[in-house]
Design a protein around this ligand. Structure first.
Ligand code: NIG
Ligand code: FE
Length: 410
């Protein structure tokens, strides 16, 4: 049997593979070989197969490699900006109060509906470019500021255009049950009917969303309404995710688990029964420390219970104009450690392998043979530096789907 041909070798690197039993799956003095868009070999440099010597090679200069980062929860495609609400909250207004007065999500819905697809692309692209510059290779983008078929479709079309322009792999999520659009004021159940009868079937038929999400909360949709959304998603073969237990305990985590959700997200108020249900269902916990910080929340997600029950914890930016105007997943790793007491190793796993799991992606998130060759190169002394440092950008290079997108000296 002849040895596999390599299209690219990354030499002279330390590896945080995030696989195996060593902390960070660490391999010092390692190398990675790529064939096509896949990782074909990972290991200690001295064991590199002989045929690697003739393959095109890039030198990592003794820096660290990690899996390309995965931002598994964003609302990055929107128009306008809500800095005015930030100022109002600093003056004493509340997130819920602003929403009740017609601002909040509704303000972004007005701006997003009024925007052309080109406007949406132009406004969203710098945000995604900032994430990609810090090693993000895969992003999830939610709709939820259109709230009718044409505008939800427009948002996710814009997401595809932005992801293609920046070179990042994309998963899209239909978040029709995010807020009540003005034309349905006072008729939440009618809107949920519309979402179930029209929006979800159209998204499934046209294939413009990979999953369905909802905002289950006192200021949004009830557990009963969320259940109807999930039943419609199931009937149309779409997996579900949920904004659960962010501001109060509505039993959202248990409801998500009941439907075998890929993830339940936020989870500050999730109780132990909800955590146990997530563990049984294999639902990933997505922690969003940016929203926690911006809303100056004090109730912490039940991290110890997630650990005790073996629920994987992912971390994401939740990039959105209201509660998390955040375009750095690396900063969220720091917040997850500082605010939620994750370890730096948990934070990196949360932005790589567990984030991939939250999207149902089994082919990425670790540096192992067969995974997509999405790889980030970092100017750091130790993997913990990624969570420790605040500001700057230590990402020195990026390989996406086996192609060098950026490298020192190139
Ligand atoms: O994830 N929780 C609901 N949705 C967003 C906020 C969206 C907004 O305020 O525009 C979130 O925090
Ligand atoms: Fe969100």
């Amino acid at each position: 049997m002849s040895a596999p041909a390599f299209d690219l070798v990354i030499a002279n690197a330390h590896l945080a593979t995030m696989a195996g039993t060593a902390p960070y799956g660490e391999i010092r003095d390692g190398a990675v070989a790529v064939s096509g868009d896949r990782i074909a070999w990972v290991g200690a440099a001295r064991e590199l197969p002989g045929n690697a010597r003739t393959a095109p090679t890039v030198d990592a200069g003794g820096r660290w490699l990690t899996p390309g980062l995965v931002d598994c929860h964003t609302h990055i495609v929107y128009a306008g900006n809500r800095a005015n609400e930030f100022e109002a909250r600093l003056g004493g207004a509340t997130y819920a109060g602003i929403a009740q007065a017609g601002g909040g999500i509704a303000a972004t819905v007005r701006a997003t509906r009024a925007a052309s697809i080109d406007d949406l692309v132009a406004q969203s692209r710098p945000r995604l470019a900032a994430l990609a510059a810090e090693g993000v290779a895969t992003i999830e983008v939610k709709s939820g500021y259109g709230l009718d078929v044409a505008n939800e479709r427009k948002m996710l079309e814009a997401a595809r255009a932005v992801a293609a322009a920046v070179g990042v792999d994309l998963r899209t999520t239909l978040l029709a049950a995010h807020a009540l659009p003005p034309e349905y004021a006072g008729r939440a159940d009618d809107y949920v009917d519309f979402a179930c009868r029209e929006m979800i079937p159209v998204a499934a038929r046209e294939g413009f969303a990979d999953a369905v999400d909802a905002f289950c909360e006192g200021i949004a949709f009830t557990p009963a309404q969320t259940r109807r959304v999930f039943e419609a998603a199931r009937a149309h073969g779409l997996p579900v995710k949920l904004h659960a237990d962010q501001l109060s305990d509505t039993g959202g985590a248990a409801l998500a688990a009941e439907f075998g959700a890929l993830s339940a997200d936020h989870l500050e108020y999730t109780n132990d029964a909800g955590v146990a249900a997530m563990a049984r269902a294999g639902t990933t916990a997505v922690l969003l420390p940016g929203a926690f910080h911006v809303l100056r929340e004090t109730r912490l997600p039940p991290v110890a219970a997630f650990r005790a029950h073996g629920v994987p914890m992912a971390i994401a930016t939740d990039c959105n104009p209201g509660t998390s105007p955040v375009v750095s997943l690396v900063l969220m790793m720091n917040f997850a450690c500082t605010l939620f007491r994750l370890t730096p190793e948990e934070a990196l796993a949360g932005a790589t392998k567990h984030a991939a799991r939250a999207l149902g992606l089994a082919d990425r998130g670790t540096l192992v043979t067969g995974h997509r060759a999405d790889i980030a190169l970092w100017d750091i002394a130790e993997p913990a530096d990624l969570s420790y440092m605040i500001g700057g950008n230590a990402c020195a290079g990026v390989v996406r789907a086996g192609k060098v997108a950026r490298w020192p000296g190139r």
